[in-house]
Design a protein around this ligand. Structure first.
Ligand code: FES
Ligand code: FE2
Length: 378
């Protein structure tokens, strides 16, 4: 069964950096209303979007410098969430405050930690440096889906659907038939497939002019609790050194909004024709269309699942489900560990999941020359 809830002690994409500015952005994340904005010095801030007085969303108020004035009766909060003004009051207790969430901004994304502040380790954030690397050309966007986040996480780990759901763009018959290699650890799942001498897919022909048999490689990574990276490589089968060989890296921040809805922060970066605006324009449109097909599938499934609640329809698992099922297991373990921790048994969490997760992420960081541990969580 798809996990309905997600761990709170984890990083999720809250926004693309470009979305967070002077204005007051309201976005529900893991069932909490969250207000996002940027200070005059450029630092992103996230606080509960709910005034402590009468629950008015603070996003409907106004900025006073870096502070937020509630639009209903004027309570004002600083960037730490502490109330600095109550009209008519002569003194204010420091305990009058709203919750502020740890944020970390890097490589064009703003990450949020909805859980316990002292556990917010930026070393746990998966590398995504190519998103802003000038050696890559990137298209990106933010979409919303009325379906639980795990449906999309599993869609992204089982790319056999390309042959059917995206047959007219990024799919070819070989994808669904190719054997997959699945690897996993406490924090991530990787599904790898190689498709030598397979038919060229329409999207690649349009982008590169290749219209002959290709060697195609795909690697789908799931990084718990809800982030995905897809790496794809294609080149003409007849000539391994063909200059039209190309690589794409797609990023998928699937952030739960509620139990049955999610935000989808997507991007795709390419390492070929990076200065060609017509390629960029086509990619942006074509990939948005592909993702909307995925969202359509997830929403249709959510509709079926909802009709069965509180029970659950029986599912048949087939070969391609090995990766998605591992992702479910990881989430179930993370949630169980977190529940155990909230009952006062912290060591179980830190000694099992967190240690492995940190080791895995530090390996990525080392590979890519980044060192987040030395940088600051806001
Ligand atoms: S609801 Fe915010 S000041 Fe009254
Ligand atoms: Fe898809």
């Amino acid at each position: 069964m798809y996990p309905e809830f997600f761990p709170r002690n984890a990083w999720y994409v809250a926004a693309r950096s470009a979305e967070v500015g002077d204005g007051l952005l309201s976005r529900w994340i893991l069932g909490d209303p969250v207000l996002l904005y940027r200070t005059e010095a450029g630092r992103p801030v996230a606080m509960v979007d709910r005034c402590i007085h009468r629950q008015m969303p603070l996003s409907l108020g106004r900025r006073k410098g870096d502070e937020i004035e509630c639009g209903y009766h004027g309570l004002t909060y600083n960037t730490e969430g502490i109330c600095t003004r109550i009209p008519g009051a002569t003194s204010i207790s420091q305990r009058v405050r709203v919750q502020v969430f740890p944020l970390y901004e890097e490589f064009g994304l703003v990450w949020i930690w909805p859980g316990q502040r002292d556990l917010a380790d930026p070393g746990l954030i998966p590398d995504h440096h190519w998103y802003t690397d000038p050696g890559w050309a990137t298209v990106s966007g933010t979409l919303h889906m009325n379906a639980r986040a795990q449906l999309m996480n599993e869609n992204l780990l089982d790319l056999s659907h390309l042959s059917f759901l995206h047959a007219d763009s990024i799919g070819s018959p070989e994808v669904a038939e190719a054997p997959v290699r699945v690897k996993f650890d406490d924090r991530s799942v990787t599904v790898h497939r190689e498709m030598p001498n397979s038919s060229c897919y329409p999207y690649l022909t349009r982008l590169t002019g290749i219209d002959e048999p290709i060697d195609r490689v795909q690697t789908a990574e799931f990084i718990a609790p809800s982030f995905g990276i897809t790496t794809a490589m294609s080149r003409p089968h007849a000539d391994a050194d063909d200059a039209r060989a190309c690589r794409q890296k797609a990023m998928h921040g699937i952030t739960p909004e509620t139990r049955t809805s999610a935000h989808y922060f997507w991007s795709t970066s390419r390492d070929y024709a990076i200065d060609d605006d017509s390629v960029t324009g086509y990619m942006a449109e074509a990939l948005r269309t592909v993702i909307l097909q995925d969202i359509g599938a997830c929403e249709a499934i959510e509709h079926i699942i909802a009709a069965w609640e509180p029970s659950y329809p029986v599912e048949l698992n087939i070969k391609v489900d090995a990766g998605p099922l591992q992702a479910r297991r990881i989430l179930e373990r993370m949630i169980a560990a977190e529940q155990k921790m909230s009952e006062g048994d912290a060591p179980a969490w830190t000694s099992v999941s967190d240690t492995a997760a940190r080791a895995a992420t530090q390996a990525w960081a080392k590979r890519n020359g980044s060192n987040r541990d030395e940088r600051e969580v806001h």
